[in-house]
Write a protein that binds this ligand. Structure first.
Ligand code: ADP
Length: 576
């Protein structure tokens, strides 16, 4: 037997329906009535009562949950036993229901047998062996008796017998064709399922891999970022130009690494369903105006004019941070791909139940054939050398996912050499009754790493606290954070575990807690306990964990996600 034949579901598993149960009983009752016209009535009624009883018992048994729970091969064996018993009994009709010389009643018998044969063929679709044996048991004995008895003096009877055999052979052939078609379909379905499972398993292991890598990769990136500011200050104090250049180089690489890490992680998080849009009525105009202002320096340097025509009072149902990220990417691209002297226009159009926010440029444009591909990951047109100065090719892939998460879309209309029009579609929203206060939690769907290095001189910020309890198990991160905080004039006591944190709980007025602590301790619990004794608390996580984000939001804790740049840490401490 081929594996497909062995493994496919048994056709009888779905064949014993309530409809078939009662339809058969009705046929048997009608046949019993017809035979009662030619035989003493007890004889046909007893015969049909037995077969009805057997059939009903089988139906009851095979539909029991305990039977369904049996292994497939055991079920198959039991189906077979029932089939052999029932069909042998049906075959015995040639003895018990045979009425010599009464052709019409023999015709009824043959119809009953052929009806049964058809039912078997349908019920056992795709199982040639079982069908053939069942048909032979049910129809052949009577057909042979008809031929033998009819050969002497009853041609009609003989022809009915030959017809029975002919019909049996035909059904066997049909069943054979049916079996190969069923096996083929089953094999195809099995292959498709195997392929789907393999893809799902790959996706899952990819998500798991990135979830694991996410935490461990963010730690050193975070630490490098924190070390850079004091290093820059040292180099500046020492007036060491070479050191300053080196620090600036490291700074640029850090920003590139941070950008790449954040974008790749955002993509995988979205693909694994971790990121949910926080949909709120969001006014579009202020958001566009502020983004255009943010891009004005870059636009000016590129000699491109940016104009926004967005009416105030238009609200979309959107996640503000996602919309900012999308729009910022579109503006970046529009400016980047426009020639000096070109212009970029941001317009808001009314699209029925939707808003259509368009970013149009007069740049190089995108060929028709490439327009679908630009929304795929790492696709860049005309950057085969993969020069990272030209971006990563992830911006539009992320923008597309953001748009879909917000129940909107993003589309491109362009022609080569004739500029490009990117359209974000978003559902309309009614203006909120009152503007809600910010929830205090930082949603890090990257607003960018921020300015890493202070531009001038050694920088000592004004902070309302003096002593900080730092709860961090990663020595690299702890060292970097301590260095930075000390350079801001703070005193730091560092502990690694939750137990140590509780022992040192009296120290300082602020606690900075890592969210994941050794021995499966929760930084969130430590942070909450610290807050309960009157400390200000900042929670820092190496993972972009939706559950943690929600918990922090619920407890109104300030949460930052690594890598955190010095300005982000500073502003969080100032906000405390
Ligand atoms: P990146 O800009 O970082 O390379 P994106 O995903 O934002 O990545 O864009 C993918 C590609 O789409 C770009 O490399 C560019 O080839 C093309 N593209 C995007 N916007 C424009 C535009 N306004 N004009 C011309 N080409 C564009």
């Amino acid at each position: 037997m081929t594996p497909a034949r062995d493994e496919r579901p048994d056709p009888e598993d779905s064949a014993h329906t309530i409809a078939s149960l009662w339809a058969l009983r009705l046929c048997e009752l009608l046949c019993a009535l017809m035979f009662a016209t030619a035989l003493p009535w007890q004889q046909p009624f007893a015969w049909f009562a037995i077969i009805a009883g057997l059939g009903m018992f089988r139906w009851w048994h095979v539909n029991r949950p305990s039977f369904r729970a049996r292994p497939r091969l055991q079920r198959r064996r039991i189906y077979r036993i029932y089939m052999w018993v029932l069909m042998s009994y049906v075959g015995s009709a040639c003895y018990f229901l045979y009425v010599p010389g009464n052709v019409p009643i023999q015709a009824v018998l043959m119809s009953y047998l052929l009806g049964n044969a058809t039912l078997i063929a349908v019920r056992l679709t795709g199982d040639l062996m079982r069908t053939t044996i069942a048909l032979c048991l049910a129809v052949l004995p009577t057909s042979i008796r008809f031929i033998v008895e009819g050969a002497a003096d009853n041609t009609l009877l003989m022809l009915m017998g030959i017809g029975g055999i002919f019909m049996t052979i035909t059904m066997v052939f049909l069943s054979r064709a049916q079996e190969s078609s069923v096996l083929h379909q089953y094999e195809q379905r099995r292959r498709a399922e195997a392929a789907t499972n393999a893809v799902a398993a790959m996706g899952l292991s990819k998500s798991r891999f990135f979830a694991a890598v996410s935490h461990d990769l963010r730690q050193p990136v975070h630490a490098i970022g924190l070390y850079l500011a004091p290093l820059h200050a040292l180099a500046q104090n020492a007036q060491d130009r070479a050191a300053l250049r080196a620090v600036e180089g490291i700074n640029q690489s850090w920003r590139a690494l941070d950008g790449l890490l954040s974008q790749v992680l955002d993509l995988t998080r979205m693909d694994s369903g971790v990121v949910k849009a926080d949909l709120q009525p969001t006014e579009i105009a202020p958001l566009v105006t502020s983004l255009v202002m943010q891009h004005s320096a870059v636009a000016e340097a590129a000699g491109v004019r940016v104009v926004a025509l967005v009416r105030p009072g238009a609200f979309a149902m959107a996640d503000g941070l996602m919309l900012i990220r999308m729009l910022s990417n579109l503006l970046d691209n529009a400016i980047k791909f426009s020639p000096p002297g070109g212009s970029v226009l941001v317009v808001l159009r009314n699209g029925g139940g939707h808003w259509r926010l368009q970013v149009r440029d007069s740049g190089v444009g995108i060929a028709q054939s490439a327009q679908e591909r630009i929304f795929e990951e790492f696709v860049q047109i005309d950057n085969d050398a993969r020069d990272r100065q030209h971006g990563l090719g992830l911006g539009l892939a992320i923008a597309k996912r953001f748009a879909l998460l917000m129940n909107g879309n993003i589309e491109v209309r362009s022609a080569l050499g004739r500029g490009c029009c990117m359209t974000i579609t978003l559902p309309r929203a009614n203006p909120p009754a009152a503007t809600e206060a910010a929830d205090g939690v930082e949603h890090r769907l990257d607003t960018g790493p921020g300015e890493l290095l202070p531009q001038t001189g050694h920088f000592v910020p004004v902070l309302a606290m003096r002593n900080v309890l730092l709860v961090e198990d990663d020595s690299l991160v702890a060292g970097a954070t301590r260095e930075l905080l000390t350079s801001w004039g703070l005193r730091v006591r560092h502990v690694e575990t939750a137990a140590e944190a509780f022992r040192e709980a009296e120290y300082g007025d602020v606690a900075i807690c890592d969210a994941r602590l050794p021995h499966s301790a929760s930084g969130l619990d430590v942070a909450l306990a610290m807050r309960d004794i009157g400390k200000k608390v900042l929670l820092i996580s190496g993972e972009t964990n939706a559950a943690l984000r929600e918990a922090a939001q619920q407890h109104q804790l300030l949460l930052l996600t690594k890598p955190v740049s010095p300005p982000q840490l500073l502003s969080a401490l100032q906000n405390l």
